[in-house]
Design a protein. Sequence first.
Length: 325
Amino acid sequence: MHTLFACFTFLVVFALPCSARSYNEIIHVDIPNLSPESFAYSQKRGKFFLGSLNFGTVYEVDQTGNFSQFVMGKELSSTAGILAVDDMDLLLICNFNQSMLGAWVGGKPAFKGFQTSLIVANLTTGAIIRNIDFSNVGPGPFRLVNDITHDSRGNFWLTDSLGAQIIHTTLSGNPSVFVHNDDWTATKPQRGFGPDGIAYQPSCDCILMTHLQHGTIWNVPREYPMSFFKVEFTNIESIQNPDGARFSPDMLTYYVVNNQAGLLYQFVTNSNWTSLTLNNAAVTPFSNPTGVTFTYDQVWCSTAYLFQKKQSYPIYSMPLPPLCE
C-alpha cells in the first residue's frame, strides 16, 4: 500500500512503500525553555542525556521523566549534538556560543572570540574531562559544530553547520578540517543550517552527512574524504529539511528526521550506502523533531520547538518500522 505525504507546501510529494503513524511511548521533560536540539541514550547508564540550546547544562533523564543536572560548567554555552559512547565511558557534547550565532543570524561579517567546541565528559560522573576548541579550525568567519560521530579507531567527526565543513579530531585534541566544500555554505539563516546530522558506517568506511538547507545527504569516504559525493535516492525525488540522523544499532538502516514536516525517514541500501532507498516513514506525534537516538529496541526522537518558549519538551519512541516485503 502506498501512502502520500504532502507536508508543508515546499515538501516534494512522494509515494512511500509502506508507512507507520503510531508511537510507543512519550516522556515529557518538564524543564522550561530547555529546547533540546539533540539527545543521546546510554545503554550502560539506562538514561537519556539532553542538551539545551538556551542554557548549556546537559541533563540526564530516566524513563519516567525524572531529571537532574549532569554536565555543568562555565565552558558550556549552548549545546547541540550529543553522543554517549558506552565502551569509552564518555559523553560527547557539541557546544557553541549563542552570541556568535546571533551575529551570524544578524548578518554580521565576522565574530571575534570563542565560537564552538567539543566538550568531553565522563559518562558516569558528568565531570568535564576536556574542552576541544574549534573556533579557529577552517576558513570562513563562523563555525558551529552541530553533531558528532566516531569509529572504532578513535576518530571523531563533527559537522560544522556554519563553516561548510566536517571537522576531525581525536580525544587528545589536534582538530583539523576533514573536508570543506563551499557548496555546503549555509546562506540564509531563516532556512536553517548547512551540514547537520552525521553518522559513521563501518561497512563502507564512510560518513553520511545531512545538509539541512539543501535537503541532501552526502557520502564522505574516511580514507579519501575529498572524494565526497551526493547520495542519490532510488525511489523518491528528494527530501526536505533533513536534521538529526543515526544508523540503527545493527547498522542496517539509516534514520533521518525532517524537522519541519515532522517525519522520521527509514532508509536502506543495496549499494553499500552510495544510494538510499526510502523504505518507510512515520509521522512524529510532535512537530519540529531534531534529534534521533536508540534504546535497545526502539528509535526515539526529540522535539526542540526551535525559537519557542515551552514549559515541557517531549522525547518519544517510534516503532521501528518493519522492512517492507
